[in-house]
Design a protein around this ligand. Sequence first.
Ligand SMILES: Nc1ncnc2c1ncn2[C@@H]1O[C@H](COP(=O)(O)OP(=O)(O)OP(=O)(O)O)[C@@H](O)[C@H]1O
Ligand SMILES: [Mg+2]
Length: 216
Amino acid sequence: MSASIAHELNQPLAGIASNAGAGQRFIDRGNVDLQEIRELLADIGADARRASDVVRGIRGMIKKEQMGRQRINLNDIVTNVVHILSSDALLHWCELKTSLDTNLPMVEADPIQIQQVLINLVVNAFEAMPETPVSTREVEINTQQNADGAVRVTVRDYGVGISPETRSRLFSNSFRPSGRLEWGSPSLARIVEAHAGTIDAESAETEVHDSILPYR
Ligand SMILES: Nc1ncnc2c1ncn2[C@@H]1O[C@H](COP(=O)(O)OP(=O)(O)OP(=O)(O)O)[C@@H](O)[C@H]1O
Ligand SMILES: [Mg+2]
């Protein structure tokens, strides 16, 4: 377990060190390509977030006993997630918006776990939009109450979309090669299911390939 955590931490830290070194070399060489530097910084930001996810996961495991479930308003979690990821959004040239139902009923949930789920979904959304024109590059987190009284949170991006193949496997345990510590989507499904919830992904249909048709 600890070897696996060390490995999960080492990868992003090595990435940060190598990208920082590359950035310094670019500058020393004198021909600074700002686009290249921007991409290096985006990679560094993503790696740093990954490392902090690992640490947060460990902290989450330790804290689990103390924290546990409590009555929370999911809007507060969303607001916190936006705060945590605001610099990540800037690095991806992405607007991070919310549309919150002000009458959302409280739910019984573990705030750290739900926050973890949302962070993962939003980061996946950022990562899905490198080809999206900056003017349409946005992620919207929406909260609402379903007709059946359940609370629903959606994270929407305007990126490449998810193929039916990926969609069917995204939240299933078979997605990851075994033996790797899992912080990705299958673990999100486990958290949500432990809260008696469901999680799924949808892709907006676009008639024209290669074009992005945002609808609101
Ligand atoms: N919003 C999205 N749009 C398009 N593809 C997505 C989206 N979310 C997830 N995916 C696809 O599903 C894959 C699995 O996502 P998951 O979060 O489990 O792992 P990852 O993002 O590849 O790795 P990690 O989360 O550990 O950095 C992604 O690599 C991506 O191909
Ligand atoms: Mg991910």
